[in-house]
Design a binder for this molecule. Structure first.
Ligand code: FAD
Length: 399
């Protein structure tokens, strides 16, 4: 038996598993190890701040993966490429071929106090926690009599003008205002400030798109501050590199991610500045040709997107099948991903091939993209439940 072990039940790992299962390779035993029993579709996390069901984001592995794939809920701690083992919290897995797809984790670039004093949006639990926090802060604000404390409670700082920062800002302000209305209080003193170190939002997009998103955020009432680098964070707010202070009781960090630290446990693995593994044209690790890296952990031109992770998963399954059947190797062709970035209700900025769409039509396209993602991952009959946020399995939100 040839043992294929996949670490990570996200877009990359799950696609590799599903595609390998379809290929029905002789004498292969495939195991997928993930620390969660579901895949998280991060693309809909902003909707959870709005109050939509976490079931839109959490797709149980039991219904995604075919029966031929062994599933293990375990957290991989380290990898021994000589013994060819993955050491999990619960048990050790031995592999002949290893596919690593544990995704990414927040990176704070060494900014003092940021890891302790900020929250992030990297899971369904995080998104639900953001919603609860916003509501709690506004409720506390309504009760607070000390003006300084009251001001801080109503202020939300979002750091990072990339897709996650834009999506989160566009949800936090309307939610805070709605909560204030429900409590019969004025919205004066409630603010969301989005800080971006570059001179425009979404620096990886075209300038026209950055400008459209900036105008949209302004129209929503969000204060956007460009060329604003943060030097430290504390319980009362952030200090900027130029010495300015911004007071706020809530700081959301969305400005950086790095590859999962599991990669650091693999001896002789060359990592780039973002902790991603340097890979060859077959997505293999040069020193360890039996280890493949997919998704956010691979130093490929478009990693950091679910679309890339899905393509990587496909590609690696093709390579493994070709090796197994002694057929010619496929060629890796990185494809520039499309994007659809929501900013508040009924508005998205979409880039799809030559098409650029902004506004309500973009929001419709964004939801169509969600259906497309569900189609890639779920069996047909499960798609309506996921799209409508109806339960497909046990709750995924950690209280
Ligand atoms: C808020 C947000 C919105 C996004 N929106 C979009 C979007 O609209 N479009 C888009 O293309 N991309 C989007 N992305 C990026 C996209 O989600 C990621 O690029 C993609 O999920 C990467 O896939 P992956 O398989 O590498 O990692 P993940 O999908 O993160 O999967 C990693 C898996 O590994 C598991 N894992 C982690 N550590 C261990 C361990 N030690 N042992 C076992 N298992 C482990 C995790 O639980 C997870 O299941 C978004 C990301 C965020 C945070």
């Amino acid at each position: 038996m040839h043992r294929i072990v996949i670490v990570g039940g996200g877009f990359g790992g799950v696609t590799a598993a599903k595609e390998l299962a379809k290929k029905q390779l002789d004498d292969c035993d495939i195991t997928l190890i993930s620390d969660k029993s579901h895949l998280e579709y991060y693309g809909v996390l902003y909707r959870l701040i709005r109050g939509e069901s976490p079931d839109e984001a959490c797709l149980p592995l039991d219904i995604i993966l075919p029966r031929s794939i062994r599933r293990a809920v375990d957290s991989a701690r380290d990898i021994d490429p000589v013994k060819k083992t993955v050491n999990g919290l619960r048990r050790t897995f031995t592999y002949d071929t290893l596919i690593l797809a544990p995704g990414s984790v927040p990176s704070y670039f060494g900014i003092e106090g940021m890891d302790h004093h900020s929250i992030t949006m990297k899971s369904a639990s995080d998104a639900v926690a953001i919603r609860r926090r916003v509501i709690r802060q506004i409720r506390s604000m309504a009760r607070e009599t000390d003006p300084v404390r009251r001001r801080a409670l109503g202020r939300f700082i979002v750091i990072g003008g990339g897709p996650t920062g834009i999506e989160a800002s566009g949800e936090i302000l309307p939610l805070a205002r709605k909560t204030a209305h429900r409590l019969g209080m004025s919205c004066r003193g409630i603010s969301v400030t989005l800080l971006e170190a570059a001179d425009r939002l979404l620096p990886s997009a075209e300038p026209h798109t950055s400008q459209k998103i900036l105008e949209r955020l302004h129209a929503l009432g969000i204060a956007v501050r460009l060329r604003c680098a943060v030097s430290s964070a504390d319980v009362a707010g952030v200090t900027l590199k130029d010495g300015q202070r911004l007071e706020a009781a809530t700081i959301l960090w969305t400005a950086g991610v790095k590859a999962h630290p599991l990669l650091e446990t693999v001896e002789d693995l060359a990592l780039d500045k973002r902790g991603r593994a340097v890979v060859d044209t077959l997505l293999r690790v040069p020193n360890h040709p039996d280890i493949f890296i997919v998704g956010d952990c691979a130093a490929t031109p478009f990693s950091g997107m679910a679309q890339t992770a899905v393509e990587d998963g496909h590609f690696v399954s093709e390579v493994i099948a070709a090796m197994h059947r002694k057929k010619p190797m496929p060629v890796y062709k990185p494809k520039a991903p499309a994007y659809a970035i929501p900013a508040g209700t009924a508005w998205s900025a979409v880039k799809f091939g030559p098409l650029r769409v902004f506004g309500m039509a973009g929001a419709v396209m964004r939801r169509a993209a969600d259906i497309h993602v569900y189609m890639l991952i779920l069996p047909w009959r499960r798609i309506p439940a996921a799209f409508l946020g109806r339960s497909n399995g046990p709750s995924c939100v950690v209280e």
